[in-house]
Ligand binder design. Structure first.
Ligand SMILES: Cc1cc2nc3c(=O)[nH]c(=O)nc-3n(C[C@H](O)[C@H](O)[C@H](O)COP(=O)(O)OP(=O)(O)OC[C@H]3O[C@@H](n4cnc5c(N)ncnc54)[C@H](O)[C@@H]3O)c2cc1C
Length: 396
């Protein structure tokens, strides 16, 4: 296998191409837009920076954000410093950086729309811009909604999220995330080098678009975001169900998928950049070693078993209750009241805490969290102590 075509020059396709070209493969990347401003938050968590340090070291404009604020559906707020900063790029800049690296490694890039891919013959046959090209292998990294490989199962509405948002030309230094009551998704505000990406994501088909738009506009008003020159966007994002992560075929004899196309996205947070890069990287590694069959297993070991677990708890997290209130509200309250819980959320947010060990960590620190909670409430200055002293004329 020598000639490889990649459909999609986003993070998954570019990194895959860069790795393959630097190992001597002839790689051609097709992208209908090459570097473009894909609707996206553009936030890279610690695990992405740790695996790909050039993302922090590059001289391209980016925003390094250390503080986040969570807002509950009932309006409670908690601000905290993350254990590792989140690095935020405009997507045109990030895609350009990754494509430049791919070209420097030897990839050929073609700005063209791929209309069909045929993997049935002895060689892959791909049509782009009316021209036919042949290769030994095709990587489909063309995002969530492509139908280029007819023999694979397309992602259904249950595996997708709808996102709406604005790019706003204003400055900000903190990330904000707001939950809504009985709503599977959230609102966000992500500051970039010279603008803000504000948006809302929700499971596809669960809320009408007008309602999402209303929530978004209310959020913008509540946070007093100046909207002069704001540009509206809308896009789909994979939010895979557990069975999709477990059962969907992502590779065949002369084809494989990576990134959003392979549904490599965190179903709770919508984080996809790290998983796109990592899946492109792991796919390249499998091809370099001539072990394509190991790719799905490598993906599973690296992160997809964790994402499967996340998918199994996502609904409960967004819609469930704990001690008579929404889990997301309790989460925001605990963040304010318990330093131990705050440490956990700081790690979750910055991407250094996976989901499977999160459960164990939550249980192991339950006692301490409870103690801290009681101290907050009954300690000097705590709300219950103050209320009691008021009522009993300072007996406590
Ligand atoms: C609103 C929104 C906010 C997000 N925020 C974040 C965030 O803050 N952090 C995070 O980690 N993730 C975030 N994500 C997810 C992230 O954007 C994706 O997971 C990531 O871009 C996936 O990379 P990819 O390379 O797989 O696909 P993409 O980035 O979608 O790249 C696919 C490429 O394929 C090209 N293409 C598609 N079809 C064809 C065709 N037929 N012919 C030629 N070219 C084609 C497209 O032009 C595109 O460049 C967000 C997503 C959305 C929608």
């Amino acid at each position: 296998m020598k000639d490889i075509t990649i459909v999609g020059g986003g993070p998954a396709g570019s990194l895959c191409g860069e790795r393959l070209a630097s190992h001597g493969f002839n790689v051609t990347i097709f992208d209908e837009r090459l570097a473009w401003e894909k609707p996206c938050g553009g936030g890279l968590t610690h695990k992405a920076i740790e695996a790909y340090p050039f993302l922090l070291e590059s001289s391209q404009p980016k925003k390094i954000v250390r503080t986040a604020e969570l807002i509950s559906g009932s309006g409670h707020r908690a601000r905290f410093d993350m254990s590792h900063p989140i690095v935020i790029y405009a997507r045109k800049v990030l895609n350009g950086l990754l494509l430049d690296r791919a070209v420097a490694a030897g990839c050929n890039t073609i700005c063209s729309h791929v209309t069909s891919v045929d993997t049935d013959g002895p060689r892959v046959r791909l049509t782009a811009g009316g021209e036919v090209c042949h290769s030994d292998f095709v990587v489909v990294a063309a995002g969530a909604r492509n139908r280029l490989l007819p023999n694979t199962t397309a992602l259904t509405a249950g595996d997708l999220e709808l996102t709406l948002g604005y790019f706003v030309p204003t400055e900000e230094d903190i990330i904000k995330v707001k939950f809504l009551k009985e709503f599977e998704g959230y609102l966000w505000s992500f500051p970039r080098a010279d603008h803000l990406s504000v948006g809302i994501c929700s499971k596809m088909g669960q809320s009408p678009t007008q309602q999402l738009r209303r929530h978004l506009d209310d959020f913008v008003a509540e946070e007093k975001i100046p909207m002069n020159g704001a540009k509206f966007y809308s896009h789909v994002l994979p939010s895979p169900q557990a069975q999709t992560i477990r059962g969907r075929r992502i590779a065949g004899k002369n084809w494989a998928m990576a990134g959003d196309a392979a549904a490599c996205v965190d179903p709770i947070t919508g984080e996809g950049l790290y998983y796109a890069l990592r899946s492109g990287d792991l796919l390249a590694q499998a091809l370099i070693e001539g072990q394509l069959q190991s790719y799905p297993e490598c993906l599973r070991a690296a992160f997809s078993a964790d994402l499967e677990f996340a998918a199994s708890i996502a609904r409960k997290l967004f819609r469930g209750t704990f001690l008579g209130g929404a889990i997301t509200t309790r989460m925001v309250q605990l963040l304010r009241w318990s330093p131990t819980f705050r440490d956990l959320i700081r790690d979750v947010f910055s991407g250094s805490q996976d989901y499977r060990t999160l459960k164990r960590r939550l249980f192991s620190q339950f006692g301490t969290t409870l103690l801290e909670l009681m101290r907050t409430f009954f300690g000097s200055g705590g709300p219950l102590r103050a209320a009691c002293s008021k009522r009993s004329g300072s007996l406590l």
